[in-house]
Ligand binder design. Structure first.
Ligand SMILES: [Fe+2]
Ligand SMILES: [Fe+2]
Length: 179
């Protein structure tokens, strides 16, 4: 029974839940700094959107003997980055914020860059660089959140795992077509 000492008693839990019901999922027990989390998530959202745009551009511009399979890979990544953007936008709303989808300042908010790339090889390299940027920034956010917002942290961990897969895919493409 000693572990019970660490838990809030039922009456307090019930009373607290009735206060500020307009905050929805954000309860008094939310430990992270909400404004900071929303700002970080908006930066991640911008990063994902820039990645969608870059991958789509690369998808349509991929030419050459190896273009078809690479173009398909670019499209798949574009679709997956869009799904990340949607997950992040939804979480921002859940936290009481607003997703910033304005094209104004998109590149400034984004961590990754939008590089068109002249050749297929350059495109693959630029996408790999962008994935590596995303991997490091997600890792930092995850570390920052710790146990203060485990829902956001778990979402970001899922996205991070996929960015690592993307980077791995691109390295394989480089090895296949790069030399
Ligand atoms: Fe992504
Ligand atoms: Fe990615």
């Amino acid at each position: 029974m000693t572990e019970k000492l660490f838990l809030t008693d039922v009456k307090t839990l019930r009373d607290r839940a009735r206060k500020h019901i307009e905050h929805g999922a954000v309860t008094e027990g939310y430990r992270a700094d909400r404004a900071t989390v929303i700002r970080l998530l908006n930066e991640a959202l911008a990063t994902e959107i820039v990645c969608v745009l870059r991958y789509r551009r690369h998808h349509f511009m991929a030419t050459g003997i190896n273009a078809e399979s690479v173009a398909q890979e670019f499209l798949l990544h574009a679709i997956e980055e869009q799904a990340h953007a949607d997950q992040i936008a939804q979480r921002i709303v859940q936290l009481g914020g607003e997703p910033n989808l304005s094209p104004d300042g998109l590149l400034t908010r984004s961590h990754s860059e939008y590089v068109e790339g002249g050749s297929l090889l350059e495109m693959i390299k630029e996408d790999l660089v962008a994935e590596r940027v995303a991997i490091d920034s997600y890792r930092e956010m995850i570390g920052y959140l710790g146990n203060d917002d485990s829902t956001t942290r778990r979402m970001l961990e899922g996205i991070l795992a996929m960015e690592e897969e993307h980077a791995n895919d691109l390295v394989s493409l480089l090895e296949k077509f790069g030399s």
